[in-house]
Ligand binder design. Structure first.
Ligand code: TYM
Length: 334
C-alpha cells in the first residue's frame, strides 16, 4: 500500500487555503483502496510561531474538528496529534545529528527571517529560535517515522519534503536502509490559494478566509477581496484575478470556463463575488453544520486523537524507534 501523510500546524483557525491545499485532496485520496493515510495535527510545529497556550489548544481542537467534518474517517485513516507521539521528537534528534547545517541555512522560513533582520539592520539571527531553524528536521521526523511515500502539500512545503529526503538518505547511507524517501504530491490546479489581498492565503499575512466562518461572515469577507478598479462592462483579466483563482478552486471545469467567459464579457465585481460566495457556500455549508456539532463535543475529539496515537505508536512508531536506536548504537529500551 502507498502511505500518504500530511499535517497542519495548529497555530490558528483553519482557512480555505488549508482546505483546498491539504484537507480536501487528502480526504479524497484516503478513500482509495490501495492507500494507507496518516493525517495529523502539528502542534510541536505550532510552538515555533505561537507562544500562547490557549491559542495552540483552541487551534488543535478546531483543526481536528475540521478534518472530521470534512469526512475523515478515523477508523480508516491514522488520525493523531504530533505531541502524542514521543517518538517524533526522539527521531528529530537522530535526524538532527545527520542533517547538514548548511541545508537548514537555506530553508525558506529561516532565510526569510534572516532577510528581515538584515533589512532592519539587526544581527542576522536576532530573535530567531533554534526551533525555527530546526523546523525542517522536525517535519522530516513526522514523515520518515511512518515511511510515507507521498506527502500532499501546497507548493510552499516542497522544499521541506526535499530536505526530508536528504536527511533520510544520509541516515540510510550511514546506518542501513531504514527510511523510504518521500515525495511531495501537489494538486496542480490549486497550487496556491490567494488570500483577501492577493498574496498567498496565510495566517502570517492576516488575509485568510476561515474555513468555517458563519455564512454572513463568509459573504462579507468575499466581498472584501481586493480587486482592480475596472467597472462592469469592462473586460477583466481572469488569470490575474484572485476572485477568479478562488472560484477555480471550487468550481467544475465547465463552471470555470463559463466564469472565464463572463470575465471577458466584463462581469461586474459585485456579481463575480456573489457567484463566488454561492459556489463556496454550497460546498462548505453541509460541512459547517457537521463542524458545529463536532466542536461542541471536545471530549469526543480528544478520545479519537488519543486512541489514534496509541494504536499508531504500537503499530509503527515504537518498533521503528527500537530498530533505529539499535542501528545508531544506543541502548535499547526494554
Ligand atoms: P501549514 O499549517 O502552514 O499548512 C497546512 C497545509 O495547507 C497548505 N496551505 C495552502 N495550500 C494552498 N493555498 C494556500 N494559501 C495554503 N496555505 C496553506 C500547506 O501547503 C500545507 O499542506 N509544515 C507544515 C505542517 C507539517 C507537515 C508535516 C506537512 C508539519 N509536518 C509533515 C506535511 C508533512 C505547515 O506548516 O503547514
Amino acid at each position: 500500500k502507498t502511505r500518504v501523510l500530511t499535517g497542519i500546524t495548529t497555530s490558528g483557525t483553519p482557512h480555505l487555503g488549508n482546505y483546498v491545499g491539504a484537507i480536501r485532496p487528502a480526504i479524497a485520496a484516503s478513500r482509495a483502496q490501495d492507500v494507507e493515510s496518516f493525517y495529523f495535527l502539528a502542534d510541536y510545529h505550532a510552538l515555533i510561531k505561537v507562544q500562547e497556550p490557549a491559542r495552540v489548544q483552541r487551534s488543535t481542537l478546531e483543526i481536528a474538528a475540521s478534518w472530521l467534518a470534512c469526512g475523515l474517517d478515523p477508523a480508516r485513516v491514522w488520525f493523531y496529534r504530533q505531541s502524542d507521539i514521543p517518538e517524533i521528537p526522539e527521531l528529530t534528534w537522530l535526524l538532527a545529528c545527520v542533517a547538514g547545517k548548511g541545508i537548514l541555512n537555506r530553508a525558506h522560513a529561516y532565510k526569510a527571517a534572516v532577510d528581515r533582520n538584515r533589512a532592519e539592520g539587526e544581527d542576522d539571527d536576532a530573535g530567531i529560535t533554534a526551533g525555527l531553524f530546526m523546523y525542517p528536521v522536525l517535519m522530516a521526523a513526522d514523515i520518515l517515522l511512518f515511511n510515507a511515500h507521498k506527502v500532499p502539500v501546497g507548493r510552499d512545503q516542497i522544499q521541506h519534503i526535499e530536505m526530508a529526503r536528504d536527511f533520510g538518505q544520509r541516515f540510510n547511507h550511514l546506518y542501513g536502509e531504514h527510511f523510504v524517501l518521500p515525495e511531495a504530491a501537489i494538486e496542480e490546479h490549486v497550487a496556491t490559494l490567494p488570500g483577501l489581498d492577493g498574496r498567498k492565503m496565510s495566517k502570517s499575512y492576516d488575509n485568510v478566509i476561515p474555513l468555517f466562518a458563519p455564512r454572513e461572515t463568509l459573504r462579507r469577507l468575499i466581498f472584501s477581496i481586493v480587486t482592480d478598479s475596472r467597472a462592469p462592462g469592462e473586460p477583466k483579466d481572469a488569470d490575474g484575478s484572485n476572485v477568479f483563482q478562488l472560484y477555480q478552486a471550487f468550481a467544475s471545469a465547465e463552471e470555470t470556463a463559463a466564469m472565464r467567459q463572463a470575465f471577458a464579457d466584463g462581469i461586474g465585481w459585485g456579481d463575480a463575488k456573489q457567484t463566488l460566495f454561492e459556489r463556496i457556500d454550497a460546498e462548505i455549508a453541509p460541512l459547517r453544520e457537521r463542524y458545529e456539532a463536532l466542536i461542541a463535543r471536545p471530549a469526543d475529539i480528544e478520545d479519537t486523537l488519543r486512541d489514534g496515537a496509541r494504536r499508531l505508536r504500537e503499530r509503527y512508531a515504537t518498533p521503528l524507534l527500537q530498530r533505529l536506536r539499535e542501528a545508531v548504537g544506543l541502548r535499547n529500551l526494554a
